[in-house]
Design a protein around this ligand. Sequence first.
Ligand code: 13P
Length: 250
Amino acid sequence: MARKKIIAGNWKMNKTPSETVKFIGELKPLVANDDVEVVLCVPAISIIPAIEAAKESNICIGAQCMHFEESGAYTGETSPAMLKDAGVKYVIVGHSERRVYFAVTDEIVNKKVKKAFEHDLIPIICCGETLTQRQQGITIDHIRQQIKISLLDVSAQNAKKAVIAYEPIWAIGTGKVATAEAAEEVCKAIRECIGEMYDQDTAEAIRILYGGSVTVDSAPELFSQPDIDGGLVGGASLKLDFGKIVNYKK
Ligand code: 13P
């Protein structure tokens, strides 16, 4: 079965709740395309108004992070049950900004991935190399390690539903998008790694996205690669042009 593409926006720390509602109202008619899944990962405070604003559209709302505990003394955090109850479907786990600024490790990513599945949330698991790792030729080794730890003790049945976002750190927010060839090379290696960890069926089912300075211009070539099933878009998802990225085939 062909994998359905996902075009996901990661808004990071941008837009107030009222700006979110206004933007989604304007975006709705521009993304009415049933060939792709459209996801907007908005700040936690905007999740509920975003879900309300996205009703009767094909936009689904995701979260940018989540704690791995059920509840408790974790000031400022959001639990998986809170996200599920609010109507969230996808949650980004292990974004490089969370890894760098909030000390999220591969082991923590793994705990979050398992907890997300327990609550019927789909994790968008981020991985990616630094510029130094790329220059040293250890990109694939590093990505394989991230994937293997992130998915430790995750069943094949759940792994099939997971989404992996390959986001080279040097490409995030820099305007330096990876070439389609370089992005495909890593996404293919991720799929092979999944095949080794599980089986061919799981490798074929899992969706792998590219992220890092995706724009209207770069999206079509990137998203047509055989192992790239869409994108995780930062800056370019904050503007209505995101509609053009969703419709990259038209
Ligand atoms: P940019 O598209 O702004 O480079 O951000 C990518 C990203 O980090 C998405 O998660």
